[in-house]
Design a protein around this ligand. Structure first.
Ligand SMILES: NC(=O)c1ccc[n+]([C@@H]2O[C@H](COP(=O)([O-])OP(=O)(O)OC[C@H]3O[C@@H](n4cnc5c(N)ncnc54)[C@H](O)[C@@H]3O)[C@@H](O)[C@H]2O)c1
Length: 345
């Protein structure tokens, strides 16, 4: 009997990419799958995708109202392939044949993993899925703030040509700066690789509670405490997971320790940073600049002070978005799925 895979996603792109891959695959494990699609309407019903993501990351999936189409289609599925679909205990329990849930995300807060495991359902995810592209954006924000790219572009496009001063701090060479990474997982590793091997930076520090100085030294990175990074670094870049212990890990106390020329970069999660304290530190010259991709409220409200500052580069939570995102996610997911599909009878 053919194994049944149900793709649960807010748009049908993941379904078509996966179906296309399976149809073209020479591997019978993929060619012989029966694939169906159920639209994940939870995020749409919630009204705002970013808010839905924030709620899911904070509270997990138990609060969702299961979609009748998903409840019906999951009943005879062996495998579910999803991204942000909410898999609460109720949804998982409806999967009478379910053996495997695969999320193309790099973590699985949207799945009740302990319940799934208690029902003999394996849950797998795609670690570091977006590490390289978020690494690119992190470097772009660092360069933007080091060299005043956005600000100078704005001035130039107004027809004003400003005579540059050599001692202007907004002409800092990246390779001469001390750069501190908070958290050293997939994204931070991609950032360190670019800084050290691409830009010739030799003062890259990292703080990660779960890694040894030797782990970091293998990549040419020096272990440091959170306080050391705040005190000595010119660029402080956040790459931690957002969990209760890391909430507002950078706040007033940390800004007070920072150098006046410090630049703070956040392409991770808004909850890691006290946004109000950041705005104050930028306004009163406690630090020099910030490059941000994530905000406490998304879209960034029009009355946010960040929108009215000239020492910030702001991206609309787009560090992980590329035109080949779903295609690449399928490539990663099928590698992880292949041995597990073989195990399913
Ligand atoms: N802007 C975007 O579009 C986008 C896209 C992808 C990922 N992200 C975010 O980027 C961040 C990094 O992602 P990743 O894939 O590298 O995550 P990861 O899980 O690979 O790495 C996180 C690291 O933080 C460390 N860590 C966890 N808790 C810690 C603590 N209390 N103190 C010190 N270190 C701690 C872990 O040991 C791990 O090495 C996450 O917040 C993720 O949600 C953002």
């Amino acid at each position: 009997m053919k194994k049944k895979v149900l793709v649960v996603h807010r748009a049908d792109k993941l379904y078509y990419e996966f179906k296309n891959f399976c149809e073209q695959s020479e591997n019978p494990v993929f060619r012989e799958l029966e694939i169906s699609y159920a639209k994940d309407t939870n995020a749409v019903r919630y009204g705002n995708f970013e808010k839905y993501v924030q709620k899911m990351e904070k509270e997990g999936p138990e609060w969702i109202t299961p979609d009748p189409e998903i409840l019906e289609k999951i009943a005879d599925a062996d495998v579910v392939l999803t991204e942000w679909g909410g898999f609460s205990s109720e949804v998982i329990a409806a999967g009478k044949q379910l053996k495997l849930i695969v999320t193309i995300r790099s973590s699985c807060e949207n799945i009740n993993v302990s319940y799934a495991q208690s029902q003999g359902v394996k849950v797998v995810y795609c670690p570091s899925r977006l590490a390289e592209v978020v690494g690119d954006m992190t470097i772009a924000l660092m360069l933007s703030e080091c060299r005043g790219i956005v600000r100078r572009n704005l001035v130039n496009t107004r027809g004003i040509w400003v005579e540059e001063k050599y001692n202007d701090e907004s002409h800092a060479a990246l390779c001469n700066l001390k750069i501190g990474l908070l958290g050293y997982g997939g994204v931070a590793k991609a950032v360190a690789k670019r800084l050290i091997h691409g830009f010739g930076c030799d003062m890259v520090y990292a703080y990660d509670q779960f890694l040894t100085p030797e782990d970091l030294a293998r990549d040419g990175v020096t272990a440091a405490s959170l306080e050391e990074i705040c005190r000595i670094c010119d660029i402080i870049s956040l790459h931690l997971r957002y969990v209760p212990e890391t909430e507002n890990i950078i706040g007033r106390e940390q800004f007070a320790m920072m150098k006046k020329n410090a630049i703070v970069i956040n392409t991770a999660r808004a909850g890691l940073l006290d946004e109000e304290a950041l705005a104050e530190a930028l306004q009163n010259g406690q630090i020099r600049g910030a490059g941000l991709d994530v905000y406490k409220v998304e879209p960034l409200p029009l009355d946010s002070p960040l929108l009215h500052m000239d020492n910030v580069t702001l991206m609309p939570h787009s560090a992980g978005i590329t035109n080949d995102l779903i295609k690449n996610s399928v490539k990663l997911a099928v590698k992880i799925m292949e041995p597990l599909l073989k195990e399913i009878n």
